[in-house]
Design a protein around this ligand. Structure first.
Ligand code: GDP
Length: 188
């Protein structure tokens, strides 16, 4: 499967995809996760990324950075372009071991987030939710928000990780959860 306009590594290494609404903090979290400032540009124009970017990590696995979805300012024609791209990748990549869906801590999941999660559930893809920007929450909310989101989304608490790209919260926990995904045999 080729990513139009992007380099696509041979799928010899297991892959984990990152998905989320534009502006959810995906580039920032990816930067924090692999500790490489230059890894992903932090976008100033939401919805600009329209191809899949692949990052090889430690020669051990590949992160597939899917284009941000569902941003209101993205024109219908552009939505029409990202949907087949995202779904084509998720359905076609033999190396895919799981998907990390990013959800902003301050907002209820959008209709697009819910559509993505039910699509993944239908597909049977192992899924984690990274709750982003938890540094913006008050301490009390920070403690309860991930479990509340897990309940609202019908996920197990072990599938939801509170993160902040700003202060590094959840970085190690997310990395461990990803390693667990990589150790799990392919689901298809
Ligand atoms: P992307 O479009 O999903 O890749 O989102 P970006 O990583 O470009 O981030 C979108 C905006 O959210 C930027 O203004 C970031 O500075 C901000 N942001 C990202 N992560 C965090 C975080 O953990 N905490 C806070 N407070 N802001 C963040």
């Amino acid at each position: 499967m080729a990513a139009p306009g992007g380099w696509r590594p041979a799928p010899t290494l297991p892959e984990i995809a990152f998905a989320g609404r534009s502006n959810v903090g995906k580039s920032s979290l990816l930067n924090r996760l692999v500790r490489r400032r230059a890894l992903a540009r932090v976008s100033t124009t939401p919805g600009r990324t329209r191809e899949i970017n692949f990052f090889r990590v430690n020669d051990a696995f590949v992160i597939a950075d899917l284009p941000g979805y569902g941003y209101a300012r993205v024109a219908r024609a552009q939505r029409a372009a990202w949907r087949p791209l995202i779904e084509g990748y998720l359905e076609g990549s033999a190396a895919l071991r799981g998907v990390v869906v990013l959800v902003d801590a301050r907002h209820d999941p959008s209709a697009d987030d819910e559509a993505m999660l039910s699509y993944l559930a239908e597909l049977g893809a192992p899924t984690l939710v990274a709750v982003t920007k938890v540094d913006k929450l008050a301490a009390r909310e920070r403690a309860v928000r991930p479990a509340a989101l897990a309940r609202a989304l019908g996920l197990g608490e072990d599938q939801v990780v509170a993160t902040s790209a700003r202060d590094g919260t959840g970085r190690d926990e997310l990395a461990r959860a990803m390693v667990d995904l990589l150790r799990t045999p392919p689901w298809r």
